[in-house]
Design a protein around this ligand. Structure first.
Ligand SMILES: O=P(O)(O)OC[C@H]1O[C@](O)(CO)[C@@H](O)[C@@H]1O
Length: 544
C-alpha cells in the first residue's frame, strides 16, 4: 500500500472513533482555540469548531507532504508546465510578484511584459478617471461596462463590489449573460456619450461575450455613429489579432498570457474595471495582499500555513467525513459575489474525475461550493444547515471593523450573528434542553413531548471562521490568494489538474449544433427525442 493510501486509512480509522464525540465536548478542551487556529498578521483562520483532532491534523499534514505538494508548489512558482493537459505554465502568482527577479518561461522572462502591461493599464485608468481620455464627443466617461463571462466577469465584478468604499472613479457595470435581458437592463440607464465598454475575453471567441460585444457596438454606433466606436471601446485578451478585427485600437488593447487561467485572471488586465473604479494605488495594494499570501504559502511550514490548513480542513470534510458540499458565508455584504467567484475558482478547478495521468480518481474530489452573505442566509437556508439531514461545513468570513463608523451598531449585530451561528452549529440543542426550555415557558407535559423534537438541533456541525481587521484591498488580495492556494493543495493531494476545464466543452459544442435548429433550420440528427420535444414545444408556444 502506498504511503498516501495508508494515511487515508489511518484518517478513516481515527474518524470512526472521533465522530462519536460531540463537538461541544471537543471545543471545550482548554487549548482548543490556540491549537486549532492560525494567524497571518490580522488574518485569522479558526478551525477549532471542527472535529479535527491533533492526531488527524497531523495525518493530513503528512498526507500533504507525502502527496508531493511542496514539489508541485515549487514547480508552479518556477513556471513549469504543471497544467499538463493544456501544456501550460500556471503563473498567476507572477502577476502580483513585485520582485524584479526574472522568471523564465520558454527562456523568456515573463516579468518585463507583466510590468509593462500594468504600467499601460494604470496610465489608461488614470487618464479615464481624470477625463483625459474621453468619449467621442469629449464627454468624461461616467460609466464603464465590462463585457465578459466566467473568469472575465466574476473576478472584476466580485472585487469591484468588495471594494466599494474605495470607489472614486466611473461607475462599473458587468454584463455576462447571453440572455439579452442582461445587456438590455444594463444599457437602459446609460448615456452612450459617457459610456466606455471593456470587452474582456481571454480567447476573444466566447460566444456570449462576442454576442454582447456586438450589441454594445451597435448601441454606440446607433447613437454616435460608426466613427465613435473606437473611442468607446477597450479590450482585454490574449488573442490580440482577434481584438484588432473587432475594431478596437491597439493602444486601448491590453494583453495577458496563456499561463493565466481565466479563473485566476483578476490580477491581470482582466482587473481593468477594478483599476478604473478604485484607481491604480488601491489595485497595487490588492496585488500586494495576494503577493504576501503567495510568500506565506511558499515559505511557511505546513503547521502554520493558512492555505495548507484550509485545504486540510477541506480534505478532512470531503474525504474523511464524506460531506459533499461546503457553504461560504461572508458576514460582509460587499463580499456578496465571493461565493459565486469561489464556485468558479473551486468547482471549475477541482470538479475532475481523472488524475493527471488519466486514471479514475481514488476518492471524491471538489465539493459543491455555495453560499450567500450573512445575515440574509440565516433567514433563507440556515434552517437546513442547522436541522437538515446533511452536514454542510460552513466557512464564515467576518471583519473586525466595517467601513461605516457611524453605523457601529450594525457591525456589532453582524459580528454577534456570525459568532452565534458557528456556536449554534457546534453546540446544538439536545432533546432534554429543548424540553426544559418549553417547561420553563409553562407548557404542560403533553405539549412539551409534542414540540420538543422539533426544537432539537443535532449540533456537532462544523465550521471555520476567517476573521480580518477590515475588508480593504490588501486583505481582499490575501483572501482570494488564500482560496486559490487552498484549491491548489487539494488538487495536488487528489492528483488532479486544477488548471484545465474540459468539462465545459461538450455543452458549448452542442449549443453550436443546436443553434440552427433554434433558428428554424433542421433539427440535428443526433439530438435526443427529449431535446427534439423541447425544441418543438418552445417553437409552438413562442411568438404568441
Ligand atoms: O475569457 P474567455 O476566453 O471569454 O472565457 C470565459 C470563461 O469561459 C471558460 O473557458 C469556461 O467556459 C472559463 O474558464 C473562462 O473563464
Amino acid at each position: 500500500m502506498s504511503e498516501t493510501e495508508a494515511l487515508w486509512q489511518s484518517l478513516s480509522t481515527a474518524w470512526t472513533a472521533d465522530r462519536e464525540r460531540p463537538l461541544r465536548e471537543v471545543v471545550a478542551e482548554p487549548e482548543r482555540f490556540e491549537d486549532f487556529s492560525c494567524a497571518f498578521g490580522d488574518l485569522l483562520l479558526d478551525f477549532s469548531k471542527t472535529a479535527l483532532s491533533k492526531h488527524s491534523l497531523g495525518l493530513l499534514l503528512d498526507l500533504v507532504r507525502a502527496a508531493g505538494v511542496t514539489a508541485r508548489r515549487d514547480a508552479m512558482f518556477a513556471g513549469e508546465r504543471i497544467n499538463a493537459t493544456e501544456g501550460r505554465s500556471v503563473l498567476h502568482v507572477a502577476l502580483r510578484d513585485g520582485e524584479d527577479a526574472p522568471l523564465a518561461v520558454d527562456g523568456a522572462d515573463v516579468k518585463p511584459p507583466v510590468r509593462e502591461t500594468l504600467a499601460r493599464l494604470f496610465a489608461f485608468a488614470d487618464d479615464v478617471r481624470s477625463g483625459t481620455i474621453a468619449g467621442a464627443k469629449g464627454d468624461r466617461f461616467t460609466d464603464v461596462v465590462n463585457i465578459g463571462i466566467g473568469g472575465s466577469d466574476l473576478g472584476p465584478a466580485m472585487v469591484t463590489g468588495a471594494l466599494a468604499p474605495y470607489h472614486d472613479g466611473p461607475r462599473c457595470h458587468f454584463v455576462s449573460n447571453v440572455d439579452g435581458a442582461h445587456i438590455a437592463d444594463t444599457l437602459k440607464g446609460l448615456d452612450p456619450a459617457t459610456t466606455l465598454f471593456v470587452i474582456a475575453s481571454k480567447t476573444f471567441t466566447t460566444v456570449e461575450t462576442m454576442c454582447n460585444a456586438a450589441t454594445a457596438r451597435a448601441f454606440i454606433k446607433d447613437a454616435l455613429g460608426e466613427a465613435a466606436v473606437a473611442d468607446h471601446f477597450a479590450a482585454v485578451s490574449t488573442a490580440l489579432d482577434k481584438v484588432g478585427a473587432f475594431g478596437i485600437r491597439p493602444e486601448r488593447t491590453f494583453g495577458f498570457w496563456d499561463w493565466v487561467g481565466g479563473r485566476y485572471s483578476v490580477w491581470s488586465a482582466i482587473g481593468l474595471p477594478v483599476m478604473l473604479a478604485v484607481g491604480p494605488q488601491n489595485f497595487r495594494e490588492f496585488l500586494a495582499g495576494a503577493a504576501a499570501m503567495d510568500e506565506h504559502f511558499r515559505t511557511a511550514p505546513p503547521e502554520i500555513n493558512l492555505p495548507v490548513l484550509l485545504a486540510a480542513v477541506g480534505l478532512f470534510h470531503r474525504n474523511v467525513c464524506g460531506f459533499p458540499s461546503r457553504a461560504v458565508i461572508p458576514y460582509d455584504q460587499r463580499l456578496a459575489r465571493f461565493p459565486a467567484y469561489l464556485q468558479q475558482l473551486d468547482m471549475e478547478s477541482n470538479g475532475k474525475s481523472v488524475t493527471l495521468d488519466g486514471k479514475p480518481v481514488a476518492r471524491p474530489t471538489g465539493p459543491i461550493v455555495w453560499g450567500e452573505p450573512g445575515t440574509n442566509s440565516q433567514h433563507a437556508f440556515f434552517q437546513l444547515i442547522h436541522q437538515g439531514t446533511d452536514v454542510i461545513p460552513v466557512e464564515f468570513l467576518i471583519a473586525a471593523e466595517g467601513h461605516e463608523p457611524k453605523l457601529l451598531e450594525h457591525h456589532q449585530l453582524l459580528v454577534a450573528n456570525c459568532l452565534a451561528q458557528s456556536e449554534a452549529l457546534m453546540r446544538g440543542r439536545t432533546l432534554e434542553e429543548a424540553a426544559a426550555q418549553l417547561r420553563a415557558k409553562g407548557l404542560d407535559a403533553a405539549e412539551v413531548a409534542r414540540l420538543a423534537p422539533h426544537r432539537v438541533f443535532p449540533g456537532s456541525r462544523p465550521s471555520v471562521t476567517l476573521a480580518y481587521a477590515q475588508l480593504d484591498p490588501f486583505t481582499l488580495g490575501r483572501l482570494i490568494a488564500l482560496y486559490e492556494h487552498r484549491v491548489f493543495v487539494e488538487a495536488a493531494v487528489w492528483g488532479i489538474n486544477a488548471y484545465d476545464q474540459w468539462g465545459v466543452e461538450l455543452g458549448k459544442e452542442l449549443a453550436t449544433e443546436l443553434l440552427p435548429a433554434v433558428m428554424d433550420a433542421k433539427v440535428p440528427p443526433g439530438a435526443s427525442a427529449s431535446t427534439r420535444g423541447l425544441l418543438t414545444h418552445l417553437k409552438e408556444i413562442g411568438g404568441r
